[in-house]
Design a protein around this ligand. Sequence first.
Ligand SMILES: Nc1ncnc2c1ncn2[C@@H]1O[C@H](COP(=O)(O)OP(=O)(O)O)[C@@H](O)[C@H]1O
Ligand SMILES: [Mg+2]
Length: 478
Amino acid sequence: MRQPRILVVDAAGATGLPYARLVARLQPMELRVESSLARAVDSLSRDAWDLGIVTVRGEQSIDPLHGAIRRADPRLPLLVVDPQPSVEAARSCLQAGPCDYLAMDQVEAGLEDALVRLLATSHKRDAEEVLRRVVERPYSFEGFLGESPPMRQVYSVIERVATSNVDVLVTGETGTGKELVARAIHQRSRRAQGPFVPVDCGAIPDTLLESELFGHERGAFTGADARRMGLIEFADGGTLFLDEVGELPLPLQAKLLRVLQERRVRRVGARQENAVDVRVVAATSRPIDEMVDRGGFRRDLFYRINVVRIDLPPLRIRGDDIGLLAEWFANRAGQEMGRPVAGLSTDAYQVLKSYHWPGNVRELQNVVRRAIAMARGPMAGVDDLPDDVVTAAGRSAGAEAGAIGFFAQRAEQIARFERTYLTELLTRHLGDVSAAAREARLPRGTLYRLMKSHALDGASFRRPPEPRGDVPPADSPG
Ligand SMILES: Nc1ncnc2c1ncn2[C@@H]1O[C@H](COP(=O)(O)OP(=O)(O)O)[C@@H](O)[C@H]1O
Ligand SMILES: [Mg+2]
């Protein structure tokens, strides 16, 4: 993790520096001291800070300086050190934004805790920033999230074809976003005000499909006791999305071809045809080219709908999109479950990135939702992922080039370093955690957490009392 960046604002000069030194002893960090309000405001507007420390000289009131800094950055966590503490001043600081308020004479005792608390707020702020960034969806395109090159390619094709009236074939594995493509094309077309009508050809029984699509006249077949408009006519003026078009039985394929060529529909049992103005976006997750070769799909219909083809890449080749999507789904699931800062641990992200995602974005969405629901804290970890995902991801990560991946190796090196460092440090200080923390320039809490994660405890480093110098060891020569 990068070092925290702390801005000390000390309009009166002179007093800020001692705190800065104190802070620097407690926590490795980047520090800047500004001794005028103007310069501080300038720094705030130009750089990103994790924490501000605001203080004035004894005879001054803290209010004007604090107020000006707060206005310059409404969300920066601030530590206000007030030489003339009052309940009103404390209250007005605390109400104005994330803040901790210390009387000048509490600084020695209270600084460390305040810092740890405020820097934690600042991490939460990072999480909120991520959330905001994702909510604004800078890499999104009509409901798509993802900025990998193959997806950018997809967006650009959608942009180019949407405003024309051509029919489009969308191919790609299940869950890759074929329906999203259809909706995006509709949304960006001149038909956007018209209806978008999705029909899943694989989900409607063959016997119903014809009348669902084409409609029927009264008495056209047993049970047809009223005339009914089909979904094709229903899409008049808009877009008809024929999902899993490969499932369409051959006779209906012929009828559909006629609709596409003539833009006319004949209801089942009707004599005359009705004109329709529809654009068709068809999709399939089956290898439609092979189906054509084997006679399962009409070649003429295939040519008719294959004029523009958008082939969606499987999620496993979209690189960082996996992380971006996982983060977005985690945040959204967290919001829905009333946990606004929900996220995934770094290890969990690694697992997600190594997995092969046969169910693509839909599967990722489900896995992340489940993980957030299972998580005990705000962060979901590897334990919260389904076993089969973790196992398969481990296998493929291990198979890659026959070696452990970069991240796994890095994590291992870091863990090894931490263990050696802590052991030596605690040995040097005989298990005195406060002294060890001072030397390591870590907040005590952080050191405790690190020790815990390596199952180390201070007591085991305390040596039995040394023999006193004035008592010669029993075995020393006389
Ligand atoms: N790039 C993406 N960004 C965000 N959500 C996506 C993306 N691709 C797919 N989804 C979501 O994943 C789910 C499956 O998408 P869908 O279009 O129904 O896939 P398909 O039709 O290819 O099976 C939907 O909930 C969809 O909103
Ligand atoms: Mg679908």
